[in-house]
Design a protein around this ligand. Structure first.
Ligand code: ADP
Length: 546
């Protein structure tokens, strides 16, 4: 055959090289661990990433070694990321909110050879240091200071390491299937499991995540990834941002509502991404400050179901389009994104609004199927109503966990997500629950997400989690654990009443328990396992149980 196209491996370093060459002066704003803002641009990020790559070589880190990061979203972290993956090392982003035992487990499991960390995590490093013998270099991502040296005498400073190198460096070229980074699931059951991404899977994911029907990113955007870089790579945004060459605002450690509102307004952020709990506190702060968040044209909400009331507030009060997305660590994370089709724009406005509530449809590169619970390979009807287990296939979906010999796929090659959903003919997915969070009352399913969404629609409810409580007659019955807004006088009876006419009577929670705070997981999700431990027995011995 005569004639062919060039072949170039899909490598992460190319994303950065593209940004450095064609978007050199596009700014990157970063909040340092000390709270101060720092301004740089893509060219500097790329030059420092090259210096970093040379510094890692000098530390005798070699192709395929894992290098961990324990850091907030900041510019040094971004540079180091590209330095690690770009040079053929594996970037293991660690969630600092894991328990110390879990941190020790994953660092040893990954055989990390070096750890880059922000000053915030110095006590954590010192607490686990004796248990992670394979880690030879501890590199601090903050400006050198005596206090750090005193606490950790063997510390190296990233700034010193890169200052000792020139930016004369050519990124190595290697097979695009080479591992680039490693991310562990938060391990709500058992030990965390690692998802090992490749250069190819990451670049393809970045391309598709940037499309108009995904996050709709362009060089005109100013993006604020509130979702941490240790939470599935901030949903891939540092890669997509380089690919489109947009401005990035990195929020550092300040993830409270007030700090985020200020960043959005000060830097004219056009798009921001985060889990619902983050947006909840941002909305409170925005209301208090009176800002209209004028620059923010859209936000991406995922990680947990976006409550309808939150989506409506962004739309009606802030003229901000919420893009609801669903994904998971094992899917890099993008599985589906909610963007309408042309035909939907002709629908009455209420129907359009309703459509935007679902988790959306798969982009090119992801295939979805729903199978029934009994027979893991029988597909259910795609009628938007029938529920089934969500399974995935695609270019950036896991095949097996890190360090495992065995495939994690079904016998016919699909990855089971553990989520339960319905799917319609257009591919819109409606997640009803995680399989383990579903409430099974007398053999019938009740979606905890639906109960939470209704509760969140009450103006005096700040946060709500519905859990299955053990019931002697019905096996399980729903109980709602809720946090009231500060001045609320809401009672249990009134909130139960609020469910009337919104769902079938038998689905209404038996009890509402008000608490001061709902425990959150390392990635900002409600820890329902903990709530089940604390409140799973409340219906035993109570009058309702008889
Ligand atoms: P974990 O929470 O276990 O650390 P992930 O961050 O990978 O790991 O979470 C993936 C899970 O989060 C999905 O399987 C799903 O249950 C839930 N999830 C993610 N996005 C959404 C969404 N938009 N709506 C409902 N659930 C979601």
């Amino acid at each position: 055959m005569h004639g062919r196209m060039m072949f170039q491996p899909l490598l992460i370093s190319d994303l950065l090289e593209h940004a450095a060459q064609y978007h050199a002066d596009t700014p990157i704003y970063s909040k340092n661990t000390n709270g101060q803002m720092y301004e740089t641009h893509w060219k500097n990020i790329a030059d420092n990433a090259k210096r970093g790559a040379k510094a890692f070589e000098a530390l005798k880190l070699g192709h395929g070694d894992c290098v961990a990061t324990l850091a907030w979203n900041n510019h040094r972290h971004l540079e180091a990321w590209y330095a690690i993956s770009g040079s053929g090392l594996i970037c293991h982003t660690i969630n600092p909110r894991l328990f110390p035992e879990q941190l020790i487990f994953i660092i040893n499991d990954a055989k990390d050879k070096a750890i880059l960390f922000d000053k915030t995590f110095l006590p954590l490093i010192n607490a686990i240091k004796a248990h992670i013998p394979l880690v030879k270099s501890f590199i601090c991502l903050d400006a050198p200071d005596a206090e750090i040296v005193k606490a950790l005498p063997e510390v190296l400073f990233y700034d010193d390491l890169i200052a000792a190198q020139s930016a004369e460096y050519t990124w190595p070229e290697f097979d695009e299937n080479t591992a680039s980074s490693l991310c562990y699931t938060s391990g709500t059951t058992g030990n965390p499991k690692g998802a090992l991404y490749s250069h190819r899977s990451t670049v393809l994911h970045s391309l598709v995540a940037s499309l108009p029907d995904s996050m709709n990113l362009s060089a005109k955007d100013i993006i604020l990834p509130v979702v941490p870089m240790f939470h599935v790579h901030a949903w891939g945004t540092p890669y997509s941002a380089a690919l489109v060459g947009c401005t990035v605002v990195l929020p550092g450690p300040g993830l409270d509502g007030d700090s985020l509102v200020k960043l959005i307004d000060d830097y004219k952020v056009t798009i921001a991404l985060g889990v619902p709990t983050i947006w909840q506190s941002l909305l409170v702060a925005a209301k208090q400050s009176g800002t209209k968040l004028e620059s923010l044209t859209r936000n991406v909400i995922g990680g947990s179901a976006c409550p309808p009331s939150m989506l409506a507030t962004f739309r009606d009060v802030y003229q901000c389009e919420t893009i609801h997305a669903w994904g998971m660590t094992e899917a890099s994370p993008l599985g589906t994104v909610n963007q309408p089709k042309a035909k939907h724009l002709l629908l009455p406005i209420e129907q359009q609004h309703k459509l935007r509530l679902s988790q959306g449809r798969p982009p090119f590169g992801v295939k979805l199927r729903l199978v029934d619970e009994e027979n893991g390979t029988n597909e259910v009807a795609y009628d938007g109503e029938t529920h089934g287990n969500v399974q995935l296939k695609g270019h950036w979906i896991i095949e097996r966990y890190f360090g495992k010999d065995q495939s994690s796929l079904t016998s016919d090659g699909w990855f089971d997500t553990g989520d339960i959903a319905s799917l319609d003919q257009d591919g819109y997915l409606h997640i009803s629950d995680r399989a383990k969070d579903l409430i099974k009352s007398g053999g019938e399913w009740i979606s905890s997400v639906e109960l939470e969404n209704i509760a969140m629609g009450h103006p005096e409810v700040a946060m709500a989690a519905a859990i299955a409580a053990t019931h002697p007659k019905w096996d399980e019955r729903p109980v709602l654990i809720a946090v009231k807004t500060p001045e609320s006088t809401l009672t249990e009876e009134a909130l139960i009443q609020y469910y009337n006419d919104k769902i079938a009577k038998w689905q209404i929670p038996d009890r509402v328990i008000f608490v001061d705070a709902i425990p959150l997981s390392g990635t900002g999700k409600m820890l329902k396992r903990k709530l089940r431990e604390d409140f799973g027995d409340v219906l035993l011995n109570s009058a309702e149980a008889i």
